[in-house]
Design a protein around this ligand. Structure first.
Ligand SMILES: [Zn+2]
Length: 278
């Protein structure tokens, strides 16, 4: 245990006034930490404590898995993993619809202007944004629960990344099917997608979950503008040489990411307060 429930949170918890997601953090933590349970017992009168444990019991006994969560579990995904996946904000309907409509508009624009580079420029940014948004405290109500849950931070990151990346690549793939006249060129977003996402993740422990993907996305757009200004025809990132470079970057970033995996397990800035004087 690297942190404990803060004193004021413990008191709020005992009064039944602690709100999610702090409530979930406290619940999860208290089930596994005898020291905090003892502090809780000291902090409150027995009646309130009993009520708290009854509520915790009821919550543990009666999870309400949604449709997608039940589906995932039916396909053999462990229940806590399914919970984390369905709590991933970018896997919710609103995000998926936004991505889908952006892709539809881009495909229409490509058809109108005969510029496949419009799609090829945008497509790699979507998985990068999706992964970035799924790994940050700002948007994710299950974030704190995930941080205190007994799951390894890097493992959680990888589960979510794979899920979000798969969804993003599947959408891009659908859009590619809508551009048959460009043949294999319409698939030239795939390797840059992997390169951008892996680089964004690899830089996250160093630069933070906002700056890292923003810099990577900015670098990608800069690269495209430079390529557009200096070459005629297919922009450099989508030529054979550019694709090989993207594959190399993706491989390098993946190695770097794996080597820095321990850095994902530290509490991010703005995380939890250390527990009181204990
Ligand atoms: Zn504790």
């Amino acid at each position: 245990m690297t942190w404990h429930v803060a004193e004021e949170d413990l008191r709020a918890y005992a009064r039944g006034e602690l709100a999610p997601p702090l409530l979930w953090s406290a619940d999860t933590h208290l089930t596994g930490c005898a020291r905090c349970r003892a502090r809780l017992a000291d902090a409150v009168d027995p009646v309130a404590l009993d009520a708290g444990w009854e509520r915790l019991d009821a919550e543990l006994d009666a999870p309400r898995p949604g449709l997608s969560e039940r589906l995932l579990m039916r396909f053999g995904v462990a229940d806590h993993t399914a919970r984390l996946l369905t709590a991933t904000p970018v896997l919710r309907r609103s995000w998926l619809l936004a991505v889908l409509s952006l892709l539809v508009m881009t495909v229409l624009a490509v058809h109108l202007a005969d510029r496949p580079a419009l799609f090829l420029a945008l497509a790699p940014l979507l998985p990068l944004a999706g992964v970035a948004l799924s790994y940050g405290p700002s948007l994710d109500p299950s974030y704190e629960m995930a941080v205190v849950a007994p799951m390894h931070g890097f493992r959680l990151l990888m589960i979510r990344t794979v899920a979000v990346l798969t969804a993003g690549l599947a959408f891009n793939g659908l859009a590619t099917l809508a551009l048959p006249e460009y043949g294999l060129l319409a698939l030239a977003w795939l390797l840059p997608s992997l390169a951008l996402t892996a680089t964004g993740l690899a830089l996250t422990p160093r630069l933070g979950p906002v700056l890292a993907p923003a810099l990577v996305g900015g670098a990608w757009l800069t690269l495209l503008v430079m390529a557009h200004l200096h070459t005629q025809g297919t922009p450099a990132p989508f030529t054979a040489a550019g694709q090989s470079a993207a594959a190399a970057v993706a491989a390098l970033a993946t190695v770097l990411l794996h080597r820095t995996r321990d850095r994902f397990d530290v509490r991010p800035v703005g995380g939890f307060p250390e527990g009181g004087a204990l």
